[in-house]
Design a protein around this ligand. Structure first.
Ligand code: NAP
Length: 348
């Protein structure tokens, strides 16, 4: 028997889609991703990018406070035992994701801890092939596999992830370790400008390290950065090593000059990467229409429809613009409603 709806991905978009389709009695099945070394290194483990962050202060409904008892009550005991201690300061990314997962499971969502590696969308029911080889048939599919932030790939960068190295200023920028401190932003596009501008509200000084002598960013964004007295452009430079120690995390960054000049060391308590994102769409390449940047293309304005009828997309896998947990969750809800209405129209 084919499933009514299969959701691929387990970030905010995937769980929101699961909660809504479950409450519509569609008995959703979620492929949350596999727990493998390859996924760990690639930043694509279950629970998405939010599971890689620390405090989440911008998701509505979770003001500063101690959620310990709530977490103890709401989350399945076996799963709760695996979680890091609660910091008593609002919700963390991993806690928020566990809460969403639990909420979906409470409405009888079934969860498979595996990746979908191949799809056949040429006829219905659709066929989804998991990495373990199993084939699942589905009348409707919601693709919510998200995107992963690009990193430079330095071992020292990996060592200080979440201890000063971040790829999300909006998520992490207001943390105490960054307040009134010098920070480094890497990149020269709109995201880097936006991050530098955002961080300059909290930081003491921002070094914006860019590998060329001109910004890629739009004029207005670039001008804002160039006019900000707190931001110093470090042109023609590439990060060579992230400096730090176990106790303090990041303490600085060593940059080399890309046109042969002398490098320098920049004292900083944080390094923010803004060198683009890569959507997790390998498994649908050639099966769904993608944008030139390989994001799934939404084919109808204000809907989550894709180029294949009955396949919907939600969250960062189809959004290279907003990229927030709350917008991903919102589009997950939209995809669930789109799938429900489409299935009803097909007589399911
Ligand atoms: P982007 O435009 O692709 O810029 C990426 C930047 O990172 C470029 O400056 C690039 O350098 C640099 N970079 C890439 N790989 C690097 C590496 N390995 N080492 C060092 N530097 C590296 O990406 P984005 O800024 O994330 O923007 C993505 C899209 O979203 C764009 O269309 C942008 O306009 C849009 N966006 C809009 C807004 C807004 O309007 N408010 C805000 C954010 C994003 P090069 O320049 O040398 O290639």
């Amino acid at each position: 028997m084919a499933e009514n709806v299969v959701i691929i991905g387990s970030g905010p978009a995937g769980w929101a889609a699961a909660i809504y389709t479950a409450r519509a009695n569609l008995k959703p099945l979620v492929f949350e991703g596999a727990v493998t070394e390859e996924n760990r290194v690639g930043g694509t483990l279950p629970l998405g990018q939010l599971n890689l962050t620390t405090e989440v202060e911008n998701y509505p409904g979770f003001p500063h406070g101690n959620l310990e008892a709530y977490l103890d009550h709401s989350i399945d005991k076996a799963q709760r035992a695996l979680m890091a201690p609660h910091q008593k300061a609002g919700v963390s990314g991993p806690e928020l994701m566990e809460l969403m997962r639990q909420q979906a499971k409470n409405f009888s969502t079934r969860v498979v801890t595996d990746d979908i590696v191949e799809v056949d969308f040429t006829k219905r029911p659709f066929k989804l092939i998991a990495s373990e080889g199993g084939v699942t048939e589905a009348q409707a599919v919601i693709v919510a596999t998200g995107a992963r932030a690009n990193y430079l790939g330095l071992p020292s960068e990996d060592a200080y992830k979440n201890r000063g190295v971040s790829a999300c200023a909006v998520c992490d920028g207001a943390l105490p370790r960054f307040r009134n401190q010098p920070l480094v932003v890497v990149g020269g596009g709109d995201s880097a400008c936006e991050e530098a501008n955002y961080l300059s509200k909290f930081a003491g000084r921002i070094y914006m390290v860019h590998r060329r002598d001109a910004l890629r960013a739009s004029k207005i964004m670039a001008e804002r950065v160039l006019k900000d007295p707190k931001i110093e452009l470090v042109w023609n430079s590439a990060v060579d090593e992230v400096l730090g120690n176990d106790k303090q995390g990041v303490t600085g960054v060593r940059v080399k000059n890309t046109d042969g000049g002398a490098g320098r060391e920049l004292a900083a308590t944080g390094m923010f990467l803004a060198i683009g994102h890569t959507p997790n769409t390998n498994f649908v390449e050639g099966k769904l229409e993608l944008t030139p940047k390989k994001y799934v293309r939404w084919t109808v304005p204000f809907r989550t429809c894709t180029s294949v009828e009955g396949v919907f997309a939600a969250g960062d896998v189809a959004d290279d613009y907003y990229r927030q947990a709350v917008t991903a969750a919102g589009s997950g809800c939209m995809a669930a409603l789109d799938a429900e209405r489409w299935l009803a129209a097909q007589g399911h």
